[in-house]
Design a protein around this ligand. Sequence first.
Ligand SMILES: Nc1ncnc2c1ncn2[C@@H]1O[C@H](COP(=O)(O)OP(=O)(O)O)[C@@H](O)[C@H]1O
Ligand SMILES: [Mg+2]
Length: 305
Amino acid sequence: MSRVLELENVQKAFKLGFIPKTRQVLKGISLAVDEGEVFGYLGPNGAGKTTTIKCVLGLIFPDAGTIRMFGRSYLDPKAKAGLGFLPENPYFYDYLTAVEFLDFYARLFGIPAEVRSERIPRLLKMTSMERAADLPLRKFSRGMLQRVGLAQALINDPSLVILDEPLGGLDPLGRKEIRDIILGLRDAGKTVVFTSHILQDIEMICRRVAIIVGGRILSQGRLADLVSEKVLFTEITVSGVPEAELAAHGECVSEPGGRVMVKVYDEPGVEAVLESVRVRRARIHSLVPRTQTLEDIFVDMVKTT
Ligand SMILES: Nc1ncnc2c1ncn2[C@@H]1O[C@H](COP(=O)(O)OP(=O)(O)O)[C@@H](O)[C@H]1O
Ligand SMILES: [Mg+2]
């Protein structure tokens, strides 16, 4: 498997104010993205995600570190030719229709007319925008704009697609549409890097993630390796056992219909609750072991930095 994108110790500071003060925004970012994977760049607002991406795109220059794309320097036009990008706050020309907008970007790339006439309808279909093809962009909803922005990011048929907060500001249905398009890109063999400050999106579709907090990568790797299978606690919902008896084994919460949910932190506690239920011929409504999620890890990291 080949490395599509590699950052090593990338640093960036900004100067702020009348009497300039420097602020270190990227404190040595190292990342590696492999061909064909969906890579999630996760971090709270202000962590440095967009700044990292601007460096990769060559829109701003890092103070130190190296960036390689497709095994070349990231500033090499041959590397950039294989790159597609959706910015965090894309700007749209309101009075262009979806087709005109895509055609405009395709011409910027110097894509010949016969390729454009095949590719634009294909991208509109892929992003479910066929019916809105001839509608001016000012009439588009946020979700439609995001989809047409994605089509734009794919106009040069890139093998690496970088999306900055592609799910930002979308409702659940809109998020699902974008997630499905990202998975479709992966299935078509493309490499996708996307940023998000929302865990669930990353958790659902990424193979590997990097977590950035305060300009530093705190963790990076396969989701399955970052999140351990260890059971944190078990939630058992029962009825017919007095709460006082259950309280000896864990924290209890009364639920409607005389049910009690008890949160048990160890294996003997789980056995003891099951034994009480058996002895009293009571009922178990559910038993759910809760394993660690990416959210637990993320919250811990943000708290301790
Ligand atoms: N051009 C700039 N000049 C000064 N500070 C900036 C500039 N761009 C970003 N920053 C600061 O760098 C930090 C990281 O920003 P950003 O990369 O946009 O975070 P994220 O995308 O993770 O939300 C923020 O504190 C932001 O205010
Ligand atoms: Mg950002």
